[in-house]
Design a protein. Structure first.
Length: 231
């Protein structure tokens, strides 16, 4: 890579990230460690002495690339860690960790065998605002997954010596549909989901011949593939 090109990359991506790292707020991690998938971890920001809670999508650093605001995937690979709870993407460079300002990118992609693409959306059309979505099926119509978590409260019964003594965090994923009118959550109930998709002629035709479990990712992918093929 030429010196000129490296300098342009520094100005367009690395410099804003460095500035962000210097002005991290209370939701920003100051360190990252290897953790088990689906676990929550806490760190202490010694500068302000408060607890920062993280809930990570990936259990270790993964190689990935940033997608700029114009939708172009950058050439350079970086090590990435995605914090689902705080909706933050961190990258590791030269032994330092930086938090990527969401307004500086369109999304990111993990470039390993799984190759998962995430886009950052700010819509309020029936969907969480200012968050990352995984692109499960791309095209005119997109199937998106929003990864989040829920807390299961402690339910230990001393008399029976049964249950959990501490609350636990569990991953949860919701499916969303992105079309010309923005992002909407796909209903879980069959009748509501059929009504939702029958607004589209291709989907209505597909549903006449195929049964779809709207909680099943693979079946939703097949539906969206058909819709995009007929679009």
């Amino acid at each position: 890579m030429s010196l000129h090109k490296s300098f342009l990359i520094f100005l367009s991506f690395i410099l804003p990230l460095m500035l962000s790292a210097q002005t991290q707020n209370k939701n920003t991690q100051t360190s990252l460690i290897r953790i088990n998938p689906g676990q929550m971890t806490s760190t202490i920001d010694l500068r302000e002495r408060y607890t920062v809670i993280h809930f990570f999508y990936n259990d270790d650093w993964r190689k990935g690339k940033l997608i700029n605001k114009h939708g172009i995937t950058q050439e350079d690979e970086l090590f990435m860690m995605y914090d689902v709870l705080n909706q933050e993407l961190s990258i590791s460079m030269s032994g330092k960790i930086f938090t990527v300002p969401p307004n500086e990118i369109k999304g990111f992609v993990f470039t390993d065998e799984a190759r998962e693409v995430f886009i950052y959306e700010t819509t309020k059309d029936g969907a969480p605002d200012n968050t990352y979505y995984e692109v499960v099926e791309d095209g005119k119509y997109q199937l998106l997954t929003h990864h989040t978590f829920f807390k299961k409260k402690a339910n230990y019964v001393a008399a029976l010596d049964n249950g959990d003594k501490e609350s636990r965090m569990y991953k949860r994923a919701y499916f969303y549909f992105k079309g010309e009118n923005g992002i909407s959550r796909i209903p879980k109930k069959k009748k509501a989901a059929i009504k939702f998709f029958e607004r589209f002629p291709a989907a209505k035709q597909y549903l006449k011949k195929n049964k779809v479990n709207f909680k099943d990712k693979e079946q939703l992918v097949e539906l969206l593939k058909y819709m995009n093929k007929e679009a």
